[in-house]
Design a protein around this ligand. Structure first.
Ligand code: MN
Length: 478
């Protein structure tokens, strides 16, 4: 689409993120929340919504919600209430979802992040507690229902309509994921549905003061799809409006194969749900010292950690972003840096070597066969001059299956670095004799050929010559 058309329009995006809380049992019953259970295994009368069964609130859910609310800079309500959101769907056997309506547990917060170095601040209207519904799977002539998910605790985080591009929306969702995984209130697994993002998108002509009709894109389960789906939707709405069409308020789904959105259903208004306070549940009343206690458990969050890594360790923004993308990775990096006292080298070894190998082996950082301590020892070995980069890579390869200290591995493999001056002198002399033309070049001022000589010498020593000794002797001989 022409960019001219885009210049006349502005997109407005608001996002609802459903975050599955990492509790062992469900929000209103002792049923398990385990993901791998067989169909309908994690159910009881409460999850199945049988008449006469009563919900009992899980305290861990409240603690996690408050923790999330505090990290999202929200006001935590001293009193919040549960409400019934009435609608019929087979995966919701009670005929209503227990949610929160006019008194949500957290409200009026914000999150901050950066896009290409530009700071962004997005308001959080509310973060409320609710139960998840079950799951229907449709086959040709019939459907099957699995209620394992029914009653799994969620917080729904609702942003203000503050975003204006697909890129910004995707970064917002990444930021939310970073926060809830750092807090350890959610496992952050998008494929398993632990984090679901619904995006409300509207466009209007810049000259209009009123927002356009909004369309909701539901069930986006990857950050890349969020960006693509919103990008497509903005284009679709602009095209439609500029060719005289009207946008219908509806819910759409995204098809990643065709990279387009399509109509799922025409959206109900909030009133259709006939919210009313749930008579089975008392209001949640939170004492100030309960909130204070939880405040103490909020760890350093990704954005703060990223800034600190840049300032304290001289790591650039891009690297700091990668190293803080998961709390476990950030901890690993800090542990390696603390022990090796070389944060830059720690960052490089982790980002270039360790993460690549872990990815090939399909392992998470906390499953790394090479511990932070051992990696730090390897870096210390290089920095002490006892080994060089080439040998270190051979030791590193061996470390995946050998838990011994890197210095032991170096000895046992006979990968000892040659620092013996006379042995290196001999190789240097051989190389200089073999390439007289390059020697002339060097003497005429083309000092760059020094790299060529070092390369040749290292090759002949099978990578075992100490680069420092090589450099010293080479300069002397030249
Ligand atoms: Mn919801």
């Amino acid at each position: 689409m022409s960019t001219n058309l885009h210049q006349d329009f502005e997109a407005t995006i608001g996002i609802e993120v459903h975050v599955q809380l990492k509790t062992k049992s469900k929000i209103f019953s002792s049923d398990s929340t385990s993901f791998g259970a067989s169909d309908n295994e994690n159910t009881s009368e409460v999850s199945l919504g049988m008449p006469g069964s009563l919900p009992v609130l899980n305290k861990a859910v409240v603690e996690m919600a408050v923790k999330a609310g505090l990290a999202l800079n929200c006001h935590i309500r001293p009193k919040s209430t549960f409400a019934r959101k009435n609608y019929f769907y087979p995966d919701l056997p009670k005929g209503y979802q227990i949610s929160q309506f006019d008194e949500p547990i957290c409200e009026n917060g914000f999150v901050e992040f950066q896009i290409n170095g530009e700071p962004r601040k997005i308001s959080i209207t509310r973060a409320h507690l609710e139960e998840d519904a079950g799951k229907s799977t449709h086959f040709g002539g019939y459907s099957l229902l699995n209620y394992n998910r029914a009653g799994v605790p969620l917080i729904e985080i609702v942003s203000g309509p503050d975003m204006h591009s697909a890129e910004e929306a995707a970064e917002y969702c990444r930021t939310i994921r970073g926060i809830v995984t750092y807090l350890d209130v959610c496992d952050g697994n998008l494929e398993e549905g632990s984090l679901r993002c619904d995006c409300n998108v509207s466009v209007k002509r810049k000259s209009d003061s009123k927002l356009g009709t909004r369309v909701e894109i539901k069930n986006l389960n990857s950050f890349r799809f969020i960006e693509k789906a919103i990008g497509y939707e903005i284009d679709r709405q602009i095209e439609s409006i500029s060719s005289g069409g009207k946008i219908t308020q509806e819910t759409r789904l995204y098809d990643p194969d065709k990279n387009r959105t399509y109509t799922m259903r025409v959206k109900e208004d909030a009133d259709d749900y006939r919210y009313f306070p749930d008579p089975d549940l008392l209001p949640i009343r939170l004492a100030p010292d309960f909130i204070e206690q939880i405040k103490k458990q909020v760890p350093e969050l990704p954005v703060a950690k990223r800034t600190r890594f840049q300032k304290q360790f001289g790591i650039n923004e891009e690297d700091a972003t990668l190293l803080t993308s998961e709390r476990t990775l950030a901890n690993f990096f800090e542990a390696v840096g603390e022990k090796s006292k070389n944060y830059k080298s720690s960052a490089n070894w982790i980002m270039v070597e360790l993460l690549r190998e872990l990815k090939d082996r399909k392992l998470a950082i906390d499953q790394s066969p090479i511990s932070a301590e051992r990696l730090a020892e390897l870096i210390l070995l290089i920095d002490s001059g006892a080994t060089n980069g080439k040998i270190a890579k051979r030791i590193f390869e061996e470390m995946w299956t050998n838990p011994n200290p890197p210095s032991h591995i170096q000895n046992s493999l006979g990968l000892v670095q040659i620092s013996d001056t006379s042995a290196i002198e001999k190789i240097v002399e051989e190389v200089l004799a073999e390439f007289p033309n390059q020697v002339v070049e060097y003497k005429s001022g083309k000092t760059k050929v020094i790299g060529f000589f070092v390369g040749q010498i290292m090759k002949r020593s099978k990578g075992q010559a100490s680069p420092d000794v090589v450099n010293t002797i080479l300069l002397k001989k030249l």
